[in-house]
Write a protein that binds this ligand. Structure first.
Ligand SMILES: CC(C)(COP(=O)(O)OP(=O)(O)OC[C@H]1O[C@@H](n2cnc3c(N)ncnc32)[C@H](O)[C@@H]1O)[C@@H](O)C(=O)NCCC(=O)NCCS
Ligand SMILES: Nc1ncnc2c1ncn2[C@@H]1O[C@H](COP(=O)(O)OP(=O)(O)OP(=O)(O)O)[C@@H](O)[C@H]1O
Length: 198
């Protein structure tokens, strides 16, 4: 069984993904892959520099994530350009990792994909869990975690579909407004209902 784990920015996907990993599930993490595909010297990084600006590369040869974030979260056209360059490479590696775990005999593989709905990747997975929080909590947690102003946080939030829209496409919703224990209880109930074996 392939389970897609999604939500919106700072709603708690990584928190739920960590819980799943601790339980022993195999995870394919799109955010982690998005870091791997832009390693110094990679063709994806070279293309980002040539299309979006060579000043996005630090003297160490690494991607300047803060600068790229400031650019793409405030400008839909630049974001679209980045997505066109980076998303095919991310998708290819996600599929490779999923196949790897299935061949190794995993019964359930979790695909943690923040932009599952925006990128229309529903066909990659069999079941979808959406991690949701109230908009005010989402904004507070994002500002605290990334040390952002209200305006910066709102720019990131509005660069994605509202989490309320994503809930409509979910097979299960985890409400992460409360404590971590409450979140884990909801997760356990879903896993047991779906009989999601390791
Ligand atoms: C712009 C980048 C360099 C900013 O890096 P930074 O370390 O600050 O953020 P991080 O990668 O941890 O992403 C945090 C969250 O931002 C959101 N986000 C990232 N990229 C995008 C995007 N293109 N569109 C909308 N939301 C996005 C996601 O919810 C993600 O979980 C980075 O997010 C990136 O490379 N984005 C493009 C790849 C991508 O689309 N990743 C998201 C899922 S595959
Ligand atoms: N139930 C909770 N109670 C309090 N804080 C929480 C809870 N769940 C998550 N957080 C905190 O909220 C922030 C966002 O959570 P997390 O990083 O898991 O979100 P995410 O959906 O993975 O974000 P992104 O889309 O940016 O990758 C983190 O700082 C996390 O520690």
């Amino acid at each position: 069984m392939i389970i897609g784990l999604t939500g919106s920015i700072a709603t708690g996907k990584s928190t739920v993904s960590r819980m799943l990993k601790e339980k022993g599930y195999k995870i394919v993490d799109a955010d982690e892959i998005s870091r791997q595909v832009v390693e110094p010297g990679s063709t994806v990084l070279e293309e980002i520099a040539s299309v979006l600006g060579s000043d996005l590369i630090l003297p160490t040869g690494e991607l300047d994530r803060d600068k790229l974030g400031a650019l793409i979260f405030n400008d839909p056209l630049e974001r679209e350009k980045l997505n066109k360059i980076i998303h095919p490479a991310i998708r290819q590696e996600m599929v490779r990792q999923k196949e790897f775990w299935l061949e190794k005999g995993s019964h359930t593989v979790i695909m943690d994909i923040p932009l599952l709905f925006e990128s229309k990747l529903q066909s990659y997975v069999e079941k979808i869990i959406v991690v949701s929080v109230a908009p005010s909590i989402q904004r507070e947690r994002l500002m605290a975690r990334n040390n952002l102003s209200l305006e910066e946080a709102d720019a990131r939030i509005t660069s994605q579909l509202p989490v309320s829209e994503k809930e409509k496409g979910a097979d299960a919703v985890i409400n992460n407004d409360g404590t971590l224990e409450e979140t884990e209880r909801q997760l356990d109930a879903i896993l047991s209902k779906w009989n999601a074996k390791l």
